[in-house]
Design a protein around this ligand. Structure first.
Ligand code: IPM
Ligand code: MG
Length: 368
């Protein structure tokens, strides 16, 4: 049975980088018997322009049925003034929520060829390998009430609600503990229990679950502000970091710069397995739509390509194929090819397509 992949390239540089991913998928179909069917749909600003919504019901249904959804990026200044419900990000958030993609895995890995592209010193980031596990369908992103009300006295009040249940905390912590067992067996749980009730609950529930099922894993706790500071002071102290939706959003942007560029960071958003063992999954680069360079052919396709590698690993359970793709990226970087965002003295500057060409050539070579 052929594999079903839904590509939603989105806005800005999304279509350019996803074009390279399509070529990589075609290579796997050709050379590794991957056998995937690709469909393309709109999400984000481009969907708003076509349909007046950031994602259509039909696309959400298709996404639920797909084995994997690959997303490029959404948003851009063009849609700054559309109604809040129709803004490009609403399409992405609806996909996350409707597919119940509660577990967002954001690895931050420093390729040694790029250690000098980081704004931090080489010795701080070289060899870095951390995994941020971000809760993705709860917290302040979705909590109700979420509104702006008129107080009638010339004042308005904006409210967002941070809310977590024990079940939501336990299932994301479980993912983190499971991942840690396959890595360095250490979990850092991050919240702000010094000011937030949801943080107190987070702390208590993670500790409880640890005692019940994962006492072989080392568990430590850190306040989110301290974690932000520790990530730039000594990032290699971390193995797996597990945290809520908003802290995870912020901390993963910090972590991305440790790796040289936001253009390098992939992510996987995974749902719970249903009765048949099928889980929804969406893979996307951590970077945004970069409207400033969209259409110029300068975007770095590596984060999107590495996101497809995560799909090979987590959805299709093809670990060796994922390793191969990661190795191909590594080879190209070691050969000195760089897109603008990771450019360094003495390296060869290339565009999106040339980077794709080089990765395909490296795949051919490694595949023998
Ligand atoms: C991310 C992005 C999104 C988020 C935006 C585009 C809604 O920043 O995936 O990190 O805040 O989750
Ligand atoms: Mg973000």
């Amino acid at each position: 049975m052929s594999k079903k992949i839904l590509i939603v390239a989105g806005d800005g540089i999304g279509p350019e980088v996803m074009g390279e991913v399509e070529r990589v998928i075609a290579w796997y179909n050709d050379k590794r018997g991957f056998d995937a069917d690709i469909e393309n749909e709109l999400v984000g600003g481009c969907c708003y322009d076509a349909h007046g919504v950031a994602v259509t019901d039909e696309t959400v249904e298709k996404a639920k049925k797909a084995d994997a959804v690959l997303l490029g990026a959404v948003g851009g200044p063009k849609w700054d003034n559309v109604p809040y419900e129709g803004r490009p990000e609403a399409g992405l958030l609806r996909l996350r929520k409707d597919l119940e993609l509660f577990a967002n895995l954001r690895p931050a890995l420093c390729f040694s060829a790029l250690a000098d592209a980081s704004s931090l010193k080489r010795e701080i980031v070289e060899g870095l390998d951390i995994m941020i596990v971000r809760e993705l369908t709860g917290g302040v992103y979705f909590g109700e009430p979420k509104e702006i009300t008129d107080l009638g006295n010339g004042e308005r009040r904006g409210v967002d609600t941070q809310v977590y249940t024990t079940g939501e905390i336990r299932r994301i912590a479980e993912v983190a503990f499971d991942l840690a067992r396959k890595r360095d067996n250490r979990v850092m749980s991050v919240e702000k229990r010094n000011v937030m009730k949801s943080g107190v609950l987070w702390y208590e529930e993670v500790a409880k679950l640890h005692k019940e099922k994962f006492s072989d894993v080392t568990l430590e706790n850190m306040l989110a502000d301290n974690c932000a500071m520790q990530l730039v002071r000594n990032p290699k102290q971390f193995d797996v970091i597990v945290t809520d939706n908003l802290f995870g959003d912020v901390l993963s942007d910090i972590a991305s710069m440790l790796t040289g560029s936001l253009g390098m960071l992939p992510s996987a958003s995974l749902g719970a397995k249903d009765a048949n063992g099928k889980a929804c999954a969406m893979y996307e680069p951590v970077h945004g739509s970069a409207p400033d360079i969209a259409g110029t052919g300068a975007a770095n396709p590596i984060a999107s390509i590495l996101s497809f590698a995560m799909a090979l690993r987590y959805t299709f359970e093809l670990g060796a194929d994922a390793d191969l793709l990661e190795k191909a990226v590594d080879t190209v970087l070691a050969d000195g090819l760089r897109t603008g965002d990771i450019m360094q003295d003495g390296m060869k500057k290339v565009g999106t397509t040339e980077m794709g060409d080089a990765i395909l050539a490296a795949l051919d070579k490694l595949n023998g």
